[in-house]
Design a protein around this ligand. Structure first.
Ligand code: BTN
Length: 244
């Protein structure tokens, strides 16, 4: 992975560039990385603050030969790889919040956004966007985010080398990706559950239409969250925000 790298000083969103390169048939593993994004995109239509010089804002293009409905597994693969790489480069133990936020001391330091290019049932590309608040200072966060967002530097009290961290993430992803293509989701599921803060705990799930409470039991093969309510009934949660 990342044998082809497209570096940009300032872009609206690396996802956009990756989408375009992918339609132009760039090789699998192409990585788009920017020093700043002026219109970074988050999940659920939110925006993603990407200040200049202090974060990792990147999008990786994969072309796995897997059924469409398995593509969320790759988001979990990315989350595990980033959590591992953070541990290797800083010694900090990150937690994953379903589906794919990475937290340090309970605050969000990393977001992952996966977008799909598909024709009928075939995947053309999976674009994995990873945003990491590496050396972002507290004052750089929007005041509305200061209670819930953090950076590696804020938590570890020292600057983190962005290039080293990117290299480490790509190494982890490459190993896990090949493992995944050969042997399936089993190992990633296990690793993911090891990092997940919510498994076994009582959580509240908010979707657009409703709220549910119960115990997070684990994830399915597709990366769907299993929630057991107070009557013992199991619910499948496909997309939501969760609170512990
Ligand atoms: C989230 O909402 O948690 C996901 C945030 C994803 C942000 C990354 S930064 C690189 C890539 N380009 C974007 O515009 N978004 C993703």
């Amino acid at each position: 992975l990342a044998k082809h790298i497209r570096y940009e000083e300032s872009v609206k969103s690396t996802q956009e560039i990756a989408q375009r390169l992918s339609y132009e048939h760039c090789p699998e593993g192409t990585l788009v990385i920017a020093d700043e994004q002026t219109g970074g995109r988050g999940r659920l239509g939110r925006s993603w603050q990407s200040p200049k010089g202090s974060g990792i804002w990147m999008s990786l293009i994969l072309r796995p030969d897997i059924p469409l409905q398995k593509s969320p597994q790759l988001t979990l693969l990315a989350a595990v790889s980033v959590a591992k790489a953070i541990y290797k480069t800083t010694g900090m133990q990150a937690e994953i919040k379903w589906p794919n936020d990475i937290l340090l001391n309970g605050k969000k330091a990393v977001g992952i956004l996966t977008e799909l290019q598909a024709e009928s049932d075939r995947i053309h590309a999976v674009i994995i966007g990873i945003g990491i608040n590496v050396n972002v200072a507290e004052t750089e966060f929007d005041p509305s985010l200061r209670d819930i967002a953090t950076s590696l530097k804020i938590e570890g009290n020292e600057d983190v080398n962005r290039a080293k961290l990117v290299a480490c993430i790509m190494e982890e992803m490459e190993t896990l990706y090949h493992e995944y293509l050969q042997n399936g989701f089993g190992l990633i599921k296990l690793l993911w559950e090891g990092y997940a803060e919510s498994i076994g705990k009582r959580i509240r799930v908010r979707t657009l239409h409703e709220q549910k409470e119960g115990i997070a039991k684990g994830i399915t093969e597709e990366g769907v969250l299993l929630l057991e309510d107070d009557l013992g009934e199991i619910h499948h949660i496909y997309s939501a925000d969760i609170e512990i």
